[in-house]
Design a protein. Structure first.
Length: 120
């Protein structure tokens, strides 16, 4: 493919990928008008997440294909990063930790004090 064809294919794929943001928005927020600020906010968030996922997948595939890293090295690094982020969230949300079964509130008093004033 030439540059113009690559750009056209990219634009088409991204437009179709971003269309999923509307469905995902409805899944979280229910039926909203397109002009609703909540709808716009969720769609913007999903657009970024969907594009980021595609970009990370593409970058990973290219780096593995070119021999810059192996799939195993990448997976090991993602594991390290996920463990780091889990610990960071545990610091940010006192009394709560993540487990393979989900979130565990191991110190309800600390969790309640931290979450006081959150929307219900």
């Amino acid at each position: 493919m030439n540059k113009a064809q690559i750009k056209q294919a990219y634009d088409s794929a991204m437009k179709r990928l971003n269309a999923w943001g509307m469905l995902l928005t409805g899944r979280i927020a229910g039926t909203l008008r397109a002009e609703d600020p909540r709808s716009k906010g969720y769609r913007d968030l999903f657009q970024k997440l969907l594009v980021l996922r595609a970009e990370v997948n593409a970058l990973t595939a290219v780096l593995v294909a070119k021999g810059v890293m192996t799939t195993e090295e990448f997976t090991a690094q993602i594991t390290d990063e996920a463990e780091f982020l889990n610990l960071e969230y545990e610091k940010r949300f006192p009394g709560v930790r993540s487990t393979e079964a989900g979130l565990e509130v191991f110190d309800p008093k600390a969790a309640a004090a931290h979450m006081k004033g959150w929307p219900t």
